[in-house]
Design a protein around this ligand. Sequence first.
Ligand code: ADP
Length: 150
Amino acid sequence: MKRAIFPGSFDPITLGHVDIIERGVTLFDELIIAIGVNSGKEYMFSLAEREQFIKNCFKDNPKIKVVTYQGLTVDFCMKNNFNFILRGLRNPADFEFEKAIAHTNRDLAPVETVFLLTAASTSYISSSIVREVIRNDGDYTKLVPNMVRI
Ligand code: ADP
């Protein structure tokens, strides 16, 4: 069984993430959206909120699961028998960053990273821009799925 995880902070989930998830899930038997918990990081949305937003988005798709995890992504993969890591690429900066992580992960464990290029229509969206729009009372609703409402 091909099981992939899509790890990230999802603070909050955006239409860019949704694009990667909807296209990625067609490649695997199961796609686990894994919210990484980093105790040193400040988040806008609580872990429970981030998890609920994602669960609401994909509640009708039995192939998509949502979990939270701490520690190294590859350790989490090995413990749970996930063979693939799915990541999205928006631009050259993403590529350089993701390349270093993927090479490191490959050194640490036999887990393959699969990249999908973002759809052109969502390539400019990032959670950090969404947070900035929210902080400044802008209309964030065009950037996130309907389930993300404050
Ligand atoms: P992280 O903290 O790991 O960067 P994010 O939630 O920001 O977590 O991103 C998780 C994954 O989603 C990464 O692979 C990132 O490249 C991808 N991603 C984020 N925004 C987009 C987007 N607009 N289009 C495609 N992929 C995206």
